[in-house]
Design a binder for this molecule. Structure first.
Ligand code: ATP
Length: 376
């Protein structure tokens, strides 16, 4: 029996040692990257890190300085954009203002001389849930609706790969969140490869199966969103993908399945596998943990903290109630300020600034990083 696999595709994207220099400036250092067919892939990074340049080299809009681009098993490096099985959705959508929505979506088919477009156009409008808007002009639609027209117009050409360059950048936050889920739904439905460029970590994590975090023209780390979040390999990735507590610590025991560290007089443990750098006794590493993994106990209740937890004593400095959670800034002597997020279930405002606390968390929720990195 066959399961209902999505339509398409041979849409693998393979970049071999691809790079781009402008004069003496290297925007993208030689990069090897394989994006499997049918995946939702995000290139994530701050402004200027080279993500758009990488996307444009896949599209054929930018000529690589070195290296090759392979699409669906074919070397397309020398092919112009229109001969590649890709379509790009840009941030400004680039819809035709004088054509209605129907004709905007039909455009790619008409240009190829296809006469009977009705069925395909209607299918596409259904896919993006804009059937009833077919006869409107782009300016009569909201930003999110225009965005969906742009996606429909690109998908009607049946590309193997859809490239999206900050496609939600012009939308307000709430609409952005809606469109993220919408694009994810569309991608799952059509099953082709989406390559999405964004500087918004939440957006990349919401939509993509695999995220490449770029920094200074290089991919610093590649992986599933949860993998990158739980196991960042560098301080840049740790900080770019959310708030992290990074503590300088000294290795006191190494060699087994568990590392033992000391920081600010406290003993911290973590699985050796979760340390991205070889750690030897006497050396420094950075110990990191996410704010939501930590629990705050009142100093008087410290006896109830489970055995084996990492723990540090401190004092609440700031407590901010933000609805679903309360975010604390805690001062730990000899270490500094740490962030703790607690879900607001069952406790309201028990901890106030000035309260003496012990923060504790499971050793498995600790990661280790090379200490010779700048703390961003
Ligand atoms: P943004 O989110 O701001 O678009 P990005 O990560 O997509 O940033 P790119 O547009 O890929 O970054 O640009 C990477 C670097 O290359 C930037 O420092 C940029 O200034 C530089 N760059 C891009 N195009 C050119 C060009 N035509 N000439 C010279 N430098 C360029």
């Amino acid at each position: 029996t066959t399961t209902s696999t999505p339509q398409s595709s041979g849409g693998d994207v393979r970049l071999h040692r691809i790079s781009k220099t402008y004069g003496s400036f290297t925007a993208v250092h030689p990069l090897d990257l394989t994006i499997p067919a049918g995946s939702f892939f995000a290139l994530l990074g701050a402004s200027g890190c080279g993500k758009t340049t990488t996307l444009r080299m896949i599209a054929g809009l930018e000529e690589p300085t070195t290296g090759t681009v392979e699409l669906a098993g074919q070397d397309v490096t020398a092919l112009p954009p229109y001969k590649r099985q890709v379509n790009t959705v840009f941030q400004n959508y680039a819809l035709f203002p004088h054509l209605d929505i129907y004709e905007n979506v039909a455009f790619g088919l008409r240009r190829r001389g296809i006469k009977s477009v009705k069925k395909q156009v209607e299918e596409m409008l259904d896919l993006v849930q804009l059937g009833p808007m077919a006869r409107r002009k782009p300016q009569q639609l909201s930003g999110g609706q225009q965005q969906r027209v742009a996606v429909a117009r690109a998908l009607i050409n049946h590309p193997e790969v859809l490239l999206l360059d900050e496609p939600l950048g012009a939308l307000d936050l709430k609409l952005r969140r809606q469109m993220q889920l919408e694009l994810k739904r569309i991608q799952t439905e059509v099953g082709i490869t989406f390559v999405h460029v964004t500087h918004d970590q939440e957006e990349a994590m919401t939509m993509a199966d695999t995220v490449a975090v770029m920094n200074g023209g290089r991919v610093e780390q590649l992986g599933a969103p949860a993998e990158l979040y739980e196991n960042p390999a560098t301080t840049f990735v740790a900080n770019f993908l959310g708030t992290s507590n990074l503590i300088e610590a000294e290795v006191t025991e190494a060699g087994g399945t568990e590392l033992v560290l000391t920081a600010g007089g406290a003993t911290l443990r973590l699985p050796t596998l979760r340390c991205s750098t070889p750690a030897r006794k006497g050396e420094k590493v950075l110990a990191g943990f996410r704010p939501e993994k930590v629990v705050l106990a009142h100093a008087d209740d410290a006896a109830a903290i489970p055995e084996g937890h990492n723990r540090m004593a401190g004092r609440v400095k700031i407590a901010s109630f933000i609805g679903v959670s309360t975010q604390y800034v805690v001062d730990v002597p000899g270490v500094g300020e740490l962030s703790v997020y607690e879900q607001n279930i069952g406790r309201d405002g028990r901890l106030v600034p000035g309260a003496d606390i012990v923060l504790h968390w499971e050793p498995e929720h600790t990661f280790g990083l090379d200490a010779d990195q700048s703390l961003l």
